[in-house]
Design a protein around this ligand. Structure first.
Ligand SMILES: *Cc1c(COP(=O)(O)O)cnc(C)c1O
Length: 435
């Protein structure tokens, strides 16, 4: 095969890959209808039927509940807000500890901090890149009140043992499903296995409304608390408790986490497409994996037949001991062969090594000047030390490759270019020795 692009040869592909754009005529006309109605949001921060939001918001939440098998779906303005609201609804308080993955977007771990609770990091399982019952167990203390499981990259954590452990200890389980809408574990929708599940609708996610989120729960009390936190709890809580005879401890801080009518209308239109969008990702990934599977240095996640991975990104495990070349060199060579995607040109080729730096290596956890760290337990403090989550660090530094060159809109020819790039780099791997 020809010379590698990184060594001055011709790249496999120079023209841009297709953009991933889920917004079409249906969404445009849904937005136009809302604009014509003049009602861009309709909430009252008082105990009234508008406490539950405008017509599009309520319709969107009903649609979400149906598709995601949840009793309650509570829309919010972001998954970050949803995570904070979930931690507050769960009652996490100063001195409590909440076990969380270090291999995630920062908000998953920051959420308990807003309640004054300490995030405690557990290592990930290299088979799923999610925390597991074993790694969680190693971090339990008598202060542990909850677990935030992140179904990272779109695939499920091994939930059964996690739920068993949580039940035996009376812990609240929050599922961060920002990357895994319509993902499944043993035939059940992610977000419905724990106590509260959070989905993101930001621009990077499978479907988006610009900004937005949905929080799901099966529990009446959590649902009540989530809706109160979304909508200035303190202004309505007394009237609501009286009317509904709900138990309320006066422990809620209210925010404005409301989703608007325009976003909800976009969501209503996109929710009809979400399953097709995910099926298309799964097909594209299966095609790529079947073509690249001959390479000893690359391996793919095993997804059980009763689980469903929805591939927010496509994770690939890379073994440098087999190839003789560092992961970063390999990724640089792949990137040199391929082109960016339209609309995301500035990000370059959507293939990279490592995902985010393990969260505990960020200065928030290294410097620990925030008051939340004042009385952190020894177990918590240990979990902030470099080296504390070796599987996570190994994936970050040397073994994980992620890419998005499999999103809906990619044709067979586009996917073949991705395959050619991997094949070309693997066939010419000797040229990278010593780099
Ligand atoms: C995107 C993301 C979030 C935050 O979502 P926003 O809607 O942008 O606040 C949280 N957790 C994970 C795992 C994410 O990928």
């Amino acid at each position: 095969m020809s010379k590698l692009a990184i060594k001055g040869g011709n790249p496999v592909r120079t023209n841009l890959f297709p953009s991933y754009n889920v917004i079409g005529d249906g969404e445009i006309s849904a937005v136009t209808d809302v604009m014509k109605s003049g009602i861009l949001s309709r909430y009252l921060g008082a105990w009234h039927k508008d406490f539950f939001g405008g017509p599009k918001v309520q319709e969107f939440e009903a649609n979400w509940s149906k598709l995601f098998d949840s009793k309650y779906s509570i829309s919010m303005n972001s998954a970050t807000s949803g995570l904070y609201a979930a931690c507050a609804a769960a009652g996490f308080s100063p001195g409590d500890e909440v076990i969380v993955s270090p291999y995630t977007m920062s908000a998953s771990a920051m959420a308990p901090v807003v309640c004054g609770a300490n995030p405690v990091f557990a290592d990930v399982d290299p088979e799923t890149f999610c925390i597991s019952a074993d790694t969680i167990e190693a971090r339990l203390t008598d202060r542990t009140k909850g677990i935030i499981v992140v179904h990272i990259f779109g695939g499920p954590a091994n939930m059964e043992p996690i739920m068993k452990l949580a039940k035996s200890r009376g812990l609240v389980v929050i599922e961060d499903c920002a990357q895994s809408p319509m993902g499944e574990y043993k035939g059940k929708k992610l977000g419905t296995l724990g106590d509260i599940g959070i989905f993101s609708l930001n621009y990077h996610k499978h479907i988006h409304t610009g900004e937005g989120a949905v929080v799901v729960t099966q529990d009446d009390r959590f649902a009540d608390r989530l809706m109160l936190i979304r909508n200035h709890a303190e202004a309505v809580v007394d009237a609501k408790s009286k009317d509904q005879n709900i138990e309320y401890n006066g422990d809620l801080v209210g925010f404005n986490y409301r989703l608007g009518e325009i976003e909800a209308a976009i969501g209503n239109s996109l929710i009809q497409k979400i399953d097709d969008l995910i099926c298309s990702r799964i097909e594209n990934v299966q095609y790529l994996e079947s073509k690249i599977s001959g390479s000893d240095c690359l391996s793919f996640l095993k997804v059980d037949s009763d689980n469903r991975h929805c591939y927010y990104v496509h994770p690939i495990t890379y073994t440098s001991e087999v190839s003789g070349v560092h992961r970063n060199t390999f990724v640089a060579a792949i990137r040199a062969e391929l082109a960016p995607c339209r609309l995301r040109e500035a990000e370059g080729v959507l293939c990279s090594g490592g995902y985010v730096r393990p969260l505990y290596m960020q200065s928030f956890y290294q410097k620990r000047t925030h008051p939340v760290f004042k009385n952190a337990s020894q177990v918590a403090t240990e979990s902030y030390q470099p080296g504390s989550a070796p599987n996570c660090e190994k994936a970050f530094r040397e073994s994980l490759i992620i890419h998005e060159l499999m999103r809906p809109g990619f044709s067979k020819d586009d996917l073949d270019d991705v395959v050619f790039a991997f094949e070309k780099v693997i066939e010419n791997i000797d040229d990278l020795y010593g780099d």
